[in-house]
Design a binder for this molecule. Structure first.
Ligand code: PLP
Length: 400
């Protein structure tokens, strides 16, 4: 056998991708499964965006593109930052990668040395700790419980910073909890960072447009302009415009950091796909009505899903502020027994029971760094949520 690297043995496959595969395998075997694991919009990419990709191909945009993204797309991103986030980034302060995921990876690969620490508030998006590990860093997980709305406090941040800290990664609204940092909460965190000049800030704002109070995004650079030189703003078109398969994400930050990220990219993927970049530019430049329509649909689903879950004895959840996930506590189910007599000891046991017994695929909170919780995606129809709610209620009533 070909020996594997220490690097790959430090990390694990994305649990959400694995759970989705497991649900799809069961479906393929003919089982009736409601899949609430998916992390992508269930809507089709808007027609004008699809048309832009097709037109780009017909116009010959089928070749290698510039490493840091096409000028047109970076211009559209620059305009988006000014319009939606109240910050000014020139097109040479922006880089485009194959998804926000790659932009985050490039940034970590370009900055971390062995043992460098990255503060990751939990619950976290599953990829942050593993990406840090893959880049030889050390994830410093800071548990953020329901008592603080699953949010990092200034005190907890201050406490987590050491001389080895290189980054704080903030994701708002958050996957998996939907928690959103308002301007005062963000200012409390940026105040701490201003006192620690060796710590850089990476924000993952991929769910920024999926916020249910209708408020504008909160950008740390607008709140604390002095942090601009050590902040990387990461965003993308996947969730906002239902474009996950196009693989376009972007970052805005200081030029020396971007130059290093572009070196990594030039030696890995070379550049994002040209026709995808044309589609992303069309998304950012064009009619934005899809964004509001999708947001309204997610909100209706969120309201109903929270109601259905809270009606189940043993499950309780707060109402998320944004993104398209619910993160209910299943503490009330731990210690109960399945009809076959086996004990539910962990949230993974609960998730497996729901899959096997109720045919509802959800993710366990342990994958996101905070137990005992479950993550349910509401990027699915109201009918499916209704059906899932009924099945989960029945499955929970069958416990003893
Ligand atoms: N960041 C968060 C918090 C996510 O949930 C996801 C996707 O699930 C991503 C980044 C990846 O986005 P992209 O499709 O742009 O790589």
């Amino acid at each position: 056998a070909i020996p594997l690297s220490a690097r790959v043995q430090r990390i694990k496959p994305s649990p959400s991708m694995m759970a989705r595969m497991r649900a799809q395998q069961l479906k393929a075997q003919g089982r009736d499964i409601i899949d609430l694991t998916t992390g992508e919009p269930d809507f089709d990419t808007p027609a004008h965006i699809q048309a832009a990709a097709t037109a780009a191909m017909a116009a010959g945009q089928t070749r290698y593109a510039p490493v840091n993204g096409t000028p047109r797309l970076r211009k559209a991103i620059s305009a988006k930052f000014a319009r939606e986030n109240g910050v000014t980034y020139a097109i040479d302060e922006i880089t485009v990668g194959s998804g926000a995921k790659q932009v985050i990876f490039n940034a970590l690969a370009a900055t971390l040395n062995e043992g460098d620490e990255v503060i990751v508030p939990a619950p976290y998006w599953v990829s942050y700790p593993d990406m840090v590990l893959a880049c030889d860093g050390k994830p410093v997980i800071v548990p953020c419980g329901e008592n603080t709305g699953f949010k990092l406090t200034a005190e907890a941040l201050e406490h987590a910073i050491t001389p080895r800290t290189r980054w704080l990664i903030l994701n708002t609204p958050s996957n998996p909890t939907g928690a959103f940092y308002d301007a005062a909460e963000m200012a409390a965190l940026t105040d701490v960072l201003l006192r620690h000049p060796h710590v850089a800030l990476m924000t993952d704002d991929i769910y920024e447009q999926i916020r249910f109070d209708g408020g504008a995004p909160v950008c740390p650079v607008a709140i604390a302009p002095a942090l601009r030189e050590r902040t990387l703003l990461v965003n993308g078109v996947s969730k906002t415009y239902a474009m996950t398969g196009f693989r376009i994400g972007y970052g805005a930050g200081p030029k020396p950091l971007l130059a290093a990220m572009n070196v990594i990219q030039s030696q890995t993927t070379s550049a994002a796909a040209a026709m995808s970049m044309a589609a992303a530019a069309a998304a950012l430049e064009g009619d934005q009505s899809f964004v509001g329509t999708a947001r309204a649909a997610y909100k209706a689903r969120r309201d109903r899903a929270v109601e259905l879950l809270n009606a189940i004895d043993g499950i309780s959840c707060a109402t998320p502020d944004g993104a398209f996930y619910i993160y209910p506590s299943c503490a009330g189910l731990i210690g109960r027994r399945r009809p076959d007599g086996s004990l539910l000891e962990t949230d993974l046991d609960v998730a497996m029971y729901f899959l096997e017994d109720a045919g509802v695929a959800v993710l366990d909170g342990s994958a996101y760094g905070l137990s005992p919780y479950l993550r349910l995606s509401i990027a699915t129809s109201l009918d499916a949520l209704e059906d899932a709610g009924a099945r989960l209620k029945r499955a929970c009533e069958a416990l003893h």
